[in-house]
Design a protein around this ligand. Structure first.
Ligand SMILES: Nc1ncnc2c1ncn2[C@@H]1O[C@H](COP(=O)(O)OP(=O)(O)OP(=O)(O)O)[C@@H](O)[C@H]1O
Ligand SMILES: [Mg+2]
Length: 465
């Protein structure tokens, strides 16, 4: 695994001896150092990697330091960029500062001076990160921008979201576990006129009946045994904002009745209190159960169902929108290579193939966990099939009934079975023999032998030659 110690640092400088002495200094300080001898290659690196610190010369042939700065800021606005200016490039220094450079140094300068500024820059960066986190993490999390997907079915969800976000209508979000219901609920709130108010979440499955009621409506001191303090309920906290009732299908019938009364009258009393409290709250609820079926079974009140369900958003399962798998996988790869500070720049085609075939019962959450693990496990810069640990279940595509290990009623010869497995593994790996061999646990040479034995060929092999 990469050990990034102090952080990831890029030196962009066309003068080789200066570049090398800078490298020595920062390597000794514990940075993971990359170098670029010109702006062009710096931009190429920036396409793939994120840096904590970039030290760049201003004046370089073709692509100059200003462009490197622009590129760096576009990738990650919090990267600390320090520019080095030569004689007569003071205007550029001013421009660089305007564009968001952290500092500049005029050549020649003592290396000690540069080290100090880098340290200072990193300190400011860590404060900034802390502040962003404290201030508005939720805003960052819930923007529509972070909702990845381009499949027709997800676009449909987007269209509905955009239409209803501005209204006050109650929304019911349904979908299997891990499909993104909470993410969508947040997106609805933060793109609504209520964005300035609170987005308050209550998990109806996590709390027992009485506790859930006091959670929702609050209680007065002494309302019940153990109520030693007054408590403001979630409804009050969500005033002028939105209340997200997660797992609403698990709410007890008696609580459902109380909730319905509040929704109808827009007012309620705290448990054990007699003061009527008026609230203005938009309800967003979610369930991974089929609520209509629960209504039919009399487990869920029909009148409440209609009140919650003015608009339904059904988020399709991941296997119903397989086009989004590679997009999401790449999104999570970037996210975790940033979070874990590991240089993982790609997912091998054979690995993508495996992802595309998996059944994903846990939907996007499962994919997210899978990629996080893969980023953690993978040894090079590319996620390989074996990093995904999806192994045996990978035949879930379309119909799991095609499981290759089932013996046909009329029997099959071992040789024929082997031939089919070889072909299937090649198909799964885009006909890359090395990867297919890996899937079958045989060497590349044995795979090549089998290919010739069974007379297999593929246009790709000819193209690549
Ligand atoms: N389209 C998407 N783009 C990016 N991230 C997503 C997307 N959909 C889901 N996620 C991520 O997947 C994880 C699971 O999503 P979320 O918690 O919203 O699912 P859920 O439907 O509420 O699941 P559960 O029913 O288990 O509560 C979260 O980390 C979320 O950020
Ligand atoms: Mg959820």
């Amino acid at each position: 695994m990469d050990d990034v110690g102090q952080g990831r640092l890029l030196i962009v400088e066309d003068n080789r001896s200066l570049r090398e002495s800078l490298r020595e200094v920062f390597l000794a300080d514990g940075f993971l150092v990359d170098e670029a001898a010109d702006g062009q290659s710096a931009l190429q690196l920036l396409d793939r990697l994120q840096y904590d610190v970039i030290i760049t010369d201003i004046k370089m042939p073709n692509v100059g330091g200003i462009e490197v700065l622009r590129g760096a800021k576009a990738v990650n606005s919090s990267t600390v960029v320090i520019v080095m200016t030569g004689y007569g490039t003071v205007e550029s220094a001013v421009e660089a500062m305007k564009l968001g450079a952290f500092d500049y140094l005029q050549k020649p300068f003592p290396l000690e001076e540069l080290r100090l500024r880098v340290t200072k820059g990193l300190k400011v960066l860590s404060w900034e990160r802390e502040l962003t986190y404290l201030r508005g993490e939720r805003n960052i999390i819930y923007e529509f921008d972070n909702f990845v997907g381009e499949s027709p079915r997800i676009r449909e969800v987007f269209r509905t979201l955009k239409k209803i976000a501005r209204s006050n209508a109650s929304i019911l979000i349904t979908g299997e576990t891990g499909t993104g219901k909470e993410l969508v609920a947040g997106a609805v709130h933060y793109s609504s006129p209520r964005a300035g108010g609170n987005f308050v979440k209550v998990n109806c499955a996590a709390l027992h009946e009485n506790l859930l009621e006091s959670e929702l409506f609050g209680h007065e001191k002494g309302a019940f045994t153990g109520a030693d303090k007054q408590r403001v309920g979630r409804f009050e906290q969500a005033h002028r904002g939105s209340l997200f009732l997660d797992e609403i299908g698990d709410m007890a019938l008696s609580t459902q009745a109380k909730l319905l009364r509040v929704l109808q009258g827009k007012e309620f009393e705290r448990l054990g209190g007699n003061r009527t409290i008026k609230v203005d709250v938009r309800i967003i609820s979610a369930s991974n159960k089929d609520l209509a079926a629960a209504v039919a079974e009399r487990e869920f009140r029909e009148d409440l169902y209609y009140r919650l369900n003015v608009v339904t958003i059904r988020i399709p399962a991941l296997r119903e929108r397989r086009e989004d798998i590679p997009l999401l996988a790449d999104y999570f790869r970037k996210k975790f290579s940033g979070d874990l500070k590991k240089r993982v720049t790609a997912i091998a085609p054979a690995a993508i193939n495996l992802l595309n075939r998996h059944h994903w019962p846990g939907n996007v959450r499962e994919l997210e966990n899978c990629i996080e693990r893969a980023v953690l496990m993978c040894e090079g810069a590319t996620i390989r099939p074996e990093d995904l640990l999806l192994g045996g279940e990978a035949t879930g595509a379309g119909g799991a009934e095609e499981t290759v290990f089932r013996l046909p009623p009329g029997g099959i010869t071992l040789a024929e079975m082997e031939r089919r497995l070889v072909i299937e593994s090649l198909e799964m790996c885009d006909w890359v023999q090395k990867d297919a061999a890996g899937m079958l646990g045989i060497s590349r040479r044995v795979m090549n032998y089998k290919v010739r034995q069974y007379g297999l060929s593929n246009p790709r092999w000819i193209k690549n030659r």
